[in-house]
Design a protein around this ligand. Structure first.
Ligand SMILES: Nc1ncnc2c1ncn2[C@@H]1O[C@H](COP(=O)(O)OP(=O)(O)OP(=O)(O)O)[C@@H](O)[C@H]1O
Length: 356
């Protein structure tokens, strides 16, 4: 039977499959002859994996004492590019970007955000995809939804499925953004971002406009971002574009936390056969070249499309499905990857709303 100190030492080196590194958690072990009480604080929420963690600890204990497990989590605020001021009410902003349109960036953002919320995090989404805002529709908001305004100053973001949401589409008519030029777009987005009363978020996901032009670059310089995710499809041309996305973030010193390969295989709806129509290893070779992780691969799936279109993304509509499971896994890997970055903020200046 392991002593408390031996068990504690083994737990501290236990590998987290979500990051490939030790959990980095704060562990506390108190045991007697009949039970072992383990308390740990993870650096990211992983509610869907508590049973797996329990099994791992039991295996380490290798004895018949009862295991009592208390798991908590605490997300730290990470440094922003160039240490620019953070956003009030938001610990970490995560930009979701793609090198070109139509690869499934918005669908990935919404499912990833919902999956993160299901793991136990406090989550928000800002739809900055100015020319094709779709978060409102995918989250079931009626057309014409407007945020409430508090004290004539702040937008109160409406919520869907426990996630706080703001979108340019909540403030404009369908035709407005098309007529805008770059500086107006970035100015308006910065205003929305800083004048929204985000309520104590662990992660704010930003659905970026597709591509790597001036608007994207300006946003990547001005929005205080802790990390980014690149969504790509396996076609070569999309990968060329995705490269530009990674290079843009490298240029402004925003860590790329990983690549999500979307529509990577086709699953035949008759026989269930998986087919890699555009080849198998695109995302992996991209990730290798730039030393980033592939966080996960989503199949081309009718259900993913239909359920987002119907305002109930697959993570909430079919949580037991394979695709929802992949999004949950991506969310945990993303949380773990960010938590393992050694750039925690201790005292960060804050922009955004102030109460005076
Ligand atoms: N894995 C998938 N399987 C099937 N359809 C998908 C998948 N991912 C996204 N789609 C569908 O592909 C279309 C484009 O997706 P989405 O709007 O998320 O792309 P996008 O990259 O955000 O595009 P843009 O930025 O140009 O608006 C949508 O109809 C969406 O439902």
């Amino acid at each position: 039977m392991l002593t408390d100190a031996q068990l504690q030492a083994s737990l501290e080196t236990l590998i987290d499959d979500n990051s490939g590194q030790p959990y980095g958690a704060v562990w506390r072990v108190v045991a007697d002859d009949s039970r072992v009480h383990v308390t740990l604080t993870l650096g990211y929420p992983a509610q869907q994996e508590h049973a797996i963690l329990e099994a791992k600890i039991k295996e380490l204990m290798a004895d018949s004492r009862r295991l009592e497990l208390d798991i908590d989590y605490q997300v730290k605020s990470h440094a922003t590019q160039g240490n620019i001021a953070g956003l009030k009410g938001v610990k970490n902003v995560i930009a979701v970007a793609s090198g070109k349109g139509g690869v499934g960036k918005s669908t990935t953002t919404v499912n990833l955000a919902l999956a993160m919320a299901k793991e136990g995090a406090r989550v928000g989404i800002l739809d900055a995809d100015i020319y094709g805002p779709s978060q409102g529709m995918m989250l079931g908001f009626a057309e014409g939804t407007r945020p409430q305004v508090r004290e004539d100053k702040f937008f109160v973001p409406p919520s869907a499925f426990g996630v706080q949401v703001m979108s340019m589409a909540f403030l404009t008519t369908k035709d407005t953004p098309v007529a805008w030029r770059g500086p107006m777009v970035t100015g308006a987005l910065m205003q929305i971002l800083t004048q929204t009363d985000w309520d104590n978020l662990d992660y704010l996901f930003i659905d970026m406009p597709p591509g790597t032009g001036d608007i994207q670059l300006t946003l990547a310089q001005k929005v205080p971002v802790a990390g980014s995710v690149i969504v790509t499809t396996p076609q070569d041309i999309a990968l060329l574009d995705a490269r530009r996305g990674i290079e843009m973030f490298n240029k402004v010193k925003i860590p790329v936390l990983g690549v999500v390969e979307n529509m990577s295989t086709h699953i035949c709806s008759n026989c269930g056969h998986h087919e890699a129509i555009f080849g198998d290893e695109g995302g992996a070779s991209l990730a290798k070249e730039y030393n980033v992780n592939v966080l996960g691969k989503l199949p081309l799936s009718l259900a993913i499309r239909e359920q987002s279109d119907a305002g109930r993304p697959i993570v909430v509509n079919a949580p037991e499905s394979d695709a929802a499971g992949i999004y949950q896994s991506i969310a945990r890997k993303l949380g773990a990857t960010l938590a393992s970055q050694q750039n925690v903020q201790t005292a960060m200046p804050i922009i955004g709303m102030s109460d005076d």
